[in-house]
Ligand binder design. Structure first.
Ligand code: AMP
Length: 176
């Protein structure tokens, strides 16, 4: 097993009863574990013709920025509605209860870009699929998605792969 997995802390019943919250703050605060995460991710995606790294607010900003730096590529933020100051496009998606909207700057990527989408964790896949849609709307190609954690029981990874997009997940946990 990869050593970094032990650095992820689990908080039962947060933010609501029944959720096992996978807390990556303890991973982010461990430089050795973060080096392992960065190396596993960058070794996998280097030489794949990427031109841009898109990180999903907020935890995807942290790993996304490190990956962008390591691969010497531009970093693009995908943010919750109303946060980006310039012209944006938006995408709605379903949450367990209700809906949410994410946005990207209209000039963040274009049809010549090959993008890697980054977040800390994939659960139902709603957030990542909405991010993929945003990038596609701007005419760019999504080469793949990378996550530190997959929750396979929630089926998000499969949904993305069923859309023909490659997924890397560095580890997985049972349950929700
Ligand atoms: P989803 O759109 O269902 O794939 O949810 C993914 C987003 O929700 C990611 O940005 C995660 O950070 C967060 N998330 C969902 N479930 C968990 C969990 N059990 N522990 C920590 N974060 C979670």
């Amino acid at each position: 097993m990869n050593k970094f997995k032990n650095a992820i802390r689990t908080i039962p019943d947060f933010p609501i009863q029944g959720i096992m919250f996978r807390d990556v703050t303890t991973l982010y605060s461990n430089p050795e574990a973060m080096k392992e995460v960065t190396n596993l991710t960058c070794d996998y995606w280097k030489n794949r013709g990427l031109t841009s790294i898109a990180g999903i607010e907020a935890r995807g900003f942290i790993t996304g920025s490190i990956i962008a730096d390591q691969l010497s590529l531009p970093f693009v933020p995908i943010r919750k509605k109303g946060k980006l100051p310039h012209k944006t496009i938006s995408q709605d998606y379903e949450l367990e209860y209700g809906k949410a909207t994410i946005e990207i700057h209209s000039d963040a990527v274009n049809k010549s870009d090959n993008v890697l989408v980054v977040d800390d964790l994939i659960a139902t896949g709603g957030t990542a699929l909405a991010s993929i849609e945003l990038i596609k709307k701007l005419g760019a190609k999504v080469i793949g998605c990378t996550f530190i954690i997959d929750l396979p029981e929630l089926g998000g990874r499969k949904k993305i792969e069923d859309n023909g997009i490659e997924v890397q997940a560095l580890c997985s946990f049972e349950g929700h």
